[in-house]
Design a protein around this ligand. Sequence first.
Ligand code: F6P
Length: 549
Amino acid sequence: MALHTINPTQTKAWEKLQKHFAELQSVTMQELFLKETNRAEQFNIIWKDFLLDYSKNNIDKETIQLLVELANECGLQSAISDYFEGALINQTENRAVLHTALRAKADAVINVEGVNVIPEVYEVKAKIKTFTNEVVTGVRKGYTGKTFTDVVNIGIGGSDLGPVMAVEALQFYKNHLNVHFVSNVDGDHANEIIKKLNPETTLFVIVSKTFTTQETLTNSETIRKWFLQSATQEDVAKHFVAVSTNMQKVTEFGINPDNVFPMWDWVGGRFSLWSAVGLSISLAVGYDNYEALLSGANEMDEHFKTTSFENNIPVILGLLSVWYNNFFGAESEALIPYTQYLQKLAPYLQQGTMESNGKSIGRDGKPVDYQTGTIIWGEPGTNAQHAFFQLIHQGTKLIPTDFVGYVEPLYGDWNHHDKLMSNFFAQTEALLHGKTAAQVQAEFDKQGLAPEKAAYLLPFKVFTGNKPTNTILIQKLTPKSLGALIAMYEHKIFVQGVVWNIFSFDQWGVELGKQLANSILEEIETESVKNHDSSTVFLLNYFLKNKKK
Ligand code: F6P
């Protein structure tokens, strides 16, 4: 079944939200907190070891009711069923969207065009498990009989960002294998990694759903060439494995068919870490931890599928994002994890969010006349505080921000952790309350600052506050809670896409640049610049001339 096509701005709920917004936009959060002393109790969701406090938003009870009405009018409930049941909701590619099937329980039945995909999923999982165990325990060896010490994941986009983010996030749970990632077609990237490696003890995992991606194929060929300087063509089979849907191209590359981990076209690249694309995660942390990651995601799936919208974490996050994007005109959202382990979460979710919802054509094939996909960005706190928080606190832009933190640190260093978390709590409080002119003046009086100087400095030191934040406080960073966190954001993206009436699971927008790069490459290689705009001709000629210097 296709997803409903409904322009959200034509719904009754949208009209009501516009009126509601007109009344609420001038009410500050400081006023809301004064009026409703129990906001935190009203606007929180506790689910397993997750707490979402969304009280520090420009909302009241009516906002949530109306946003839920909007979700209902946009057919969110039936869209969720279609999503989980394998309907072909990636309509422009005529595909189901079933990354959730990859983490479903073994007894689940999920049909794609009449065939239950779960047995196949479990077959591949069994293969990942056996392979992981053989590499980690040293049963599987390299071409000179040595055990593997290093693993290199060669892939880009969804075939890189998920694994690199999760391996980084789960460092605490890592085994002895050093896991590296080569993604950029920039040869310096591959060469920097290669120089750290010993071909005898390195395993290469080539990850490409299509096995046609320029970056991944170029990097794989460069690395194979380097490998063949000390090994033979036959040894390739021992050191190179692949994750792909394209069996023919993989075997042409010289990979032993037994070492190919299949995936399916119903797994989108940016949601693929749950498939064999996550092989390097499994290798890095061991299969049991990898399985725990999947089971955390599955628990979040159940929460999303079965919980009323008012108590549903991804639904509330998605609807709040629509509220700021479409009513307040917020252009971007920040994501600040208060753990260094999640330093790659924002880049990972940039692909998830922006490749999914960066669309301007509605599901009816017509241009939308409202804003869609938000820009997402962020860095871990407290580093971020010393980099760009100035703009969030005192700049001219509204940037709703998610704060993700953990109750427990992993090494039990409470001295550090209490400091870290005091910053975590202080920032959302400061963003809410700001600092009034009276408070600044009181500080000046206390310091005995000269009145003239105080009058000059005062406007610079005032913080308006009233900056929205969500606080997501999780007990501990474990494989399981990481799985649930990622799934939470995946479903938030889905909610936004349904409401915005766009197709979240295709990515036609990345094609044009790829096509042009291929034709320009030919011009560079043959040194014959063709017909382009004057800027591109000028740049190409400059490059060709100076290349020879
Ligand atoms: O960037 C576009 C894209 O198609 C992503 O969606 C995908 O994750 C990436 O390229 C890599 O593709 P592949 O796994 O086929 O090499």
